[in-house]
Design a protein around this ligand. Sequence first.
Ligand code: CP
Length: 330
Amino acid sequence: MATHSRHLLGLEGVSAEDILLLLDSADSMKEISERDVKKVPTLRGKTVINLFLENSTRTRISFEIAAKRLSADSINLSASGSSLSKGETLADTARNLAAMSPDCIVIRHPSPGAARLLTEIVGCSIINAGDGSHEHPTQALLDLLTIRERKGEIAGLTVAIVGDILHSRVARSNVYGLLTLGAKVRLCGPPTLLPAQFAALGCELHYHLADAVRDADVIMMLRIQRERQEHDYFPSLDEYAHYFCLTEEVLADAKPDVITLHPGPMNRGIEISSGVADGPYSVMMNQVSNGVAMRMAVLYQLIVPAEGIRGSEVVERQPAPALKTVGEAR
Ligand code: CP
């Protein structure tokens, strides 16, 4: 069984230096995906288990591709195909997976704290791929990578994050990452979905979309997370769309070189119009492409170094080396 313990549970408390290390590492991973043979031997002999107990398209597939591009053995387990559906607890499932000596478990779970729970049970690295409405650190990292690529630097940018802030792990992780790197963060949504405590972190709170968008460099739209809403937080989806859907008309008040992001899955016509989603300012598909490089970087930084990220702390850093394609002389 792997005895080391290196984890990525969230971006809360992660230093700017450590975030920049991960972004730089992802930058160096990107060209592997442009090669004819998209594979390097870096994680040969390592095993990564993707334990996805909540639906996912982008995160699960990109973690699997990332592991394969680094030559790790990657195994997928979902709730319906596992003995969790027969009543086995998450803790017992984790103990059984750990007994098969993985080097890393990537977990998505509907409950906040599920990833941290695994760190107390198993000895291998744990990556949080989204735990309820808590954090989704690799999504925020790929968003930061995409913003930095387009804008050069994150410090000084005005970033508006709009939508269901209350239930959004993407918003939470991005707030931590963006503030740490020196961006100004505006959060926008109906008062019922915009917790006032974000102001204490240093975010501006806006209840009108036009105010949040005005002169923004970056606009990140979020999905209304009906599956996490136990109450009616607004009268109807039509009314929500009327006030908070990002249209080309609203976007005209942002900076001329604004970029628009969405983590997906998106609801066209509710939080974002098709004109914006498919328009010239949209970097949504860049986000998805960068997701592979970012997850390669996170797997590399956690599994390869003698020391790595522990909770919210990177205790030793090393840049990704020049990576040779599988089969090339090393
Ligand atoms: N952005 C994101 O987490 O998408 P999936 O739910 O498809 O993984």
